[in-house]
Design a protein around this ligand. Structure first.
Ligand code: FMN
Length: 392
């Protein structure tokens, strides 16, 4: 296997994969198992200055068939108070000195809460701190998301955090803002060493139409929650690319990573390390093996000799809409030998396209003079490589 190590804020990680702050990092026994499985680092479940309650039940999921497309939660922060984390974290750090141990703490504006928390944790000698400025459903008003959406509050909290430690400090940002680079640059000015993006996306997680109530329901009531998993990946990629170009700090990418292909995409958009939560919750720590193997094989196959070679590599391919070539021409063809006659492309093109597809002897055929090149047929076709583009 290729060397897939990366350097992040002065620390060498054996691979870019880190357990995100979430249930798989809710205690040190779990983190230990993650390290043993091969994860290069872990962000501890966010520690708050005061007791964080448990809310039951707290998860939802959206599936298409058997495939989960998104996951929802209204989980709160670590239910363990800082004092009960300390001896275990210290032991863990001593046991795994080469792993990247990142302690996440709540970003709160109540005077000095960050400073007090960090000063208690410094003795553990974590490799980094992550300041959670982005949980969309924490029960206290003046913390988390409301800070991550406000540049001057975010800057103030980062300044407090930086004053309390010599360890690198990373800000965990939300996509729920108009321009994520404004928040990124504000925390950079206050000394942030890195950014992690994104947290869960604020969402109404679901409505139960039989019970006529929102989900997850607690005594008939719910609240807006956080969406994670595959469906938030495009939002995360966009945010990472914007931060890479517009802030220029190291980035820990997060949001919807499930496969090694996802990981490669995040690296190409500018992430140096990669955090995963939902897919670890669903499939377990051992997914690390496929992630590492897939990334290494991809780099070898493409002739890259290190992960660094692909970090940010796609960012100069993103331009403004008005800069796109409006003269580029393409139409689509159907491989008659692969067409199974399902009519999906025919229906889509009739009702959502340009009426360019007809059925002939139970096969779909495209009239290239009518085809607009929109690609809708390609996206509804269930057969791999049956529909293909032709440029002219
Ligand atoms: C159940 C659950 C609990 C989470 N708890 C935290 C948390 O305590 N602190 C935090 O910064 N992020 C928390 N997150 C957000 C994740 O760290 C991550 O940013 C988000 O889930 C997107 O990544 P994913 O699609 O890989 O899950 C939580 C996510 C989930 C699903």
């Amino acid at each position: 296997m290729l060397d897939i190590s990366v350097e992040f804020c002065g620390k060498r990680l054996e691979n870019p994969f880190i357990l995100a702050s979430a249930p798989p990092t809710a205690n040190c026994q779990l983190i230990r198992r993650g390290f043993e499985a091969g994860w290069a680092g872990a962000v501890v479940k966010t520690i708050a200055p005061t007791y964080s309650p448990t809310i039951r039940s707290r998860f939802t999921s959206n599936k298409i068939g058997n495939k989960l497309v998104s996951f929802g939660n209204i989980e709160q922060l670590s239910t363990k108070e800082v004092e009960s984390w300390l001896p275990e974290l210290k032991k863990l750090k001593q046991e795994f000195p080469n792993k990247c141990l990142i302690v996440s703490i709540l970003g709160g504006i109540n005077s000095n809460s960050c400073i007090e928390l960090i000063e208690k944790i410094n003795d553990v000698k974590p490799d980094m701190y992550e300041i959670n400025l982005s949980c969309p459903h924490y029960i206290e008003d003046e913390s988390c998301l409301s800070i991550g959406q406000n540049a001057s509050l975010a800057a103030k909290v980062m300044k407090q955090a930086k004053s309390a430690t010599d360890a690198p400090v990373m800000a965990k940002l939300t996509s729920n803002v108009t321009d994520i680079t404004i928040i990124g640059n504000a925390v950079k000015k206050s000394g942030a060493n890195a950014l992690s993006a994104i947290n869960t996306v604020r969402a109404l997680l679901g409505i139960n139409i039989d019970k006529i109530e929102a989900e997850p329901s607690i005594d008939g009531y719910s609240t807006f929650g956080g969406l994670s998993g595959p469906s938030i990946k495009p939002i995360a990629l966009r945010c990472i690319l914007e931060l890479y170009k517009g802030v220029k700090l190291p980035i820990s990418g997060c949001g919807g990573i499930t496969t090694w292909e996802d990981a490669v995409q995040f690296l190409m958009c500018g992430a140096t390390t990669l955090q995963l939560a939902t897919s670890v919750m669903l499939h377990g720590f051992d997914i690390i093996n496929k992630l590492k193997e897939g990334l290494s094989n991809y780099l070898l196959k493409k002739g890259f000799n290190s992960v660094n070679n692909i970090i940010g590599i796609v960012t100069n391919k993103l331009i403004e809409p008005y800069e796109l070539n409006q003269k580029s021409n393409v139409y689509y063809k159907i491989d008659i030998n692969k067409c199974n006659g399902c009519k999906k492309c025919y229906i889509a093109c009739q009702d959502g396209g340009f009426g360019a597809i007809k059925m002939s002897n139970n096969k779909a055929v495209i009239d290239e003079n009518k085809c607009d090149g929109c690609s809708l047929c390609l996206h509804v076709c269930p057969v791999k490589n049956c529909v293909y583009p032709v440029t002219y």
